[in-house]
Design a binder for this molecule. Structure first.
Ligand code: B12
Ligand code: SF4
Ligand code: SF4
Length: 404
């Protein structure tokens, strides 16, 4: 995407007018830091939180249904009101950064992904989500947000508090971004911008500065353009949406492959297909991503290691399942994949190998079966159990592996 396009898009969320000079200045700085979108929400002290962020009214119900699974940090009561995170907070600055590196999508279903991705006859391939192909987005966005806060400290004469968060704070960033005017929350729960789509990382700055909001008091947030579409809901291979706009995280492949530290429920393993880290399916099928522009940022391009031929785009599953802890640390230095940890990635690679439908006559079968047998004998009970499951699945399938 050209810088001109980015500039125009920032202008869309900019309120003009004399009193909004400080907000305009912040959005301009965000643009020079190469954020694609920036908007501001006002947190009036006397206002009911439900009036500022209506979606938060569903939070208790969402938690009570158990949809958060083992993500205990989502129960932090401060998530119910950003004003409880920073005393005297009066504004939220929300930013978005495009991470669409312009490479192909993961395909419509897990089953076909498994088949189609076997374009390399030597070994079955896995899938790492687009968000984790390049450098760790937490670091990339945090660096830019801290630079924005530093610039604000130089620019504004008064003293103020500011806290920048990317994921890690007790703030629901998508809801803040919606009311900062950055987009709507789709049926897949992602923030979608009509021109940029949903391949957007979000970040927020909570501040005690009273800033002009991007939406005027009676102005509604960006319209929901999902219409009658249900592509994301229909395509989810693990049926993780109990209803539109609501995700049961316990069934989401992203949760199962990254957040869950324990055994992956057996009934969900087939749906995981060849996913090793996260899942992109409900965004791949979204019509609003068809024309999503690509990012020019090199940090989000898929990592390639030319020495050993490994790539994070369609990675070799045998390689991932065979990684030692030391190799894992080297391969995923400064990468978001680190969050899943070594045993999580080996566990996930076993499940993906189990789903690979590799045929006994395929050349890699003679390597994969002994690899899984070795892992099934591992002293790590989590890895051993998933490797045994994969071994049983590989032996049982004995059918077609496209690419053989
Ligand atoms: C926990 C978490 C997850 C969990 C849970 C996801 C979820 N939907 O909550 C898991 C691990 C599954 C996950 C997956 C992914 N995540 Co995530 N995740 C987060 C995190 C850290 C917190 C989100 C949160 O608070 N969830 C709690 C629940 C309560 O929120 P919710 O789903 O929005 O629930 C609301 C609705 O259900 C609504 N609601 C309930 N009932 C009803 C009824 C109606 C009628 C309506 C309208 C609404 C409604 O109210 C609820 C409360 O507000 C945020 C960062 C942050 N701090 O915000 C990133 C974040 C949301 N994730 C992000 C990304 C990129 C992903 C993945 C794409 C990664 C991947 N490729 O695997 C997937 C996408 C899956 C999906 N479809 O959402 C981005 C999203 C960017 C965007 N454009 O939207 C964020 C913002 C990270 C970032 N800093 O960029 N993630
Ligand atoms: S990320 Fe994948 S598993 Fe999770 S809700 Fe979307 S399609 Fe379903
Ligand atoms: S796939 Fe359709 S329903 Fe789902 S988020 Fe995109 S437009 Fe909305």
């Amino acid at each position: 995407m050209t810088s001109k396009t980015r500039y125009d898009i920032i202008a869309v969320v900019t309120l003009t007018g004399k009193s909004s000079q400080e907000s305009i200045w912040i959005k301009e700085r965000a643009r020079t830091l190469r954020f694609d979108l920036c908007g501001i929400v006002s947190l009036s002290p006397g206002e009911n939180v439900g009036e500022i962020f209506p979606e938060l009214a569903h939070l208790d119900d969402w938690l009570a249904r158990g949809y958060a699974g083992e993500m205990r940090y989502l129960r932090d009561p401060r998530r119910a009101d950003p004003r409880s995170v920073l005393e005297g907070a009066q504004s939220v600055i929300a930013v978005a950064l495009n991470y669409n590196s312009g490479h192909p999508s993961s395909g419509p279903t897990s089953a076909s992904r498994t088949m189609d991705s076997a374009d390399d006859a030597t070994s079955p391939r896995g899938w790492i989500s687009r968000y984790a192909w390049g450098d760790d987005y937490h670091e990339v966005l945090r660096g830019k947000l801290n630079a924005l806060v530093d610039a604000m400290r130089e620019h504004f004469p008064e003293s103020f508090e500011a806290r920048a968060y990317v994921d890690t704070g007790p703030v629901i960033e998508r809801v803040a971004a919606k009311y900062a005017g950055l987009g709507w929350l789709g049926k897949n729960t992602c923030l979608i911008h009509p021109q940029l789509g949903s391949w957007l990382f979000l970040g927020v700055i909570l501040t005690t500065l009273a800033l002009e909001p991007s939406l005027a008091p009676a102005q509604p947030p960006p319209a929901d353009l999902c219409g009658t579409c249900t592509r994301c809901l229909d395509a989810c291979p693990t049926q993780a949406f109990p209803k539109p706009y609501v995700l049961d995280a316990r069934r989401c492949i992203s949760y199962l492959t990254i957040e869950l530290r324990e055994s992956i429920p057996a009934e969900l393993r087939h749906g995981i297909g060849n996913a090793v880290i996260g899942c992109d399916i409900c965004q791949d099928v979204c019509p609003w991503n068809r024309k999503a522009p690509s990012t020019a940022l090199a940090v989000f391009q898929p990592r390639e290691n030319h020495e050993d031929g490994t790539s994070l785009l369609n990675p070799d599953l045998e390689r991932l399942a065979s990684l030692s802890q030391t190799e894992f640390s080297a391969m995923f230095r400064a990468s978001a994949v680190k969050r899943a940890k070594w045993r999580g990635v080996v566990r996930n690679a076993c499940v993906a190998l189990g789903n690979s439908r590799i045929a006994p006559e395929h050349p890699s079968y003679r390597r994969i079966v002994p690899l899984l047998e070795r892992l099934a004998a591992s002293g790590d009970s989590l890895i051993a159990e998933h490797a045994q499951w994969a071994l049983d699945a590989v032996r049982a399938s004995g059918s077609s592996f496209v690419g053989s």
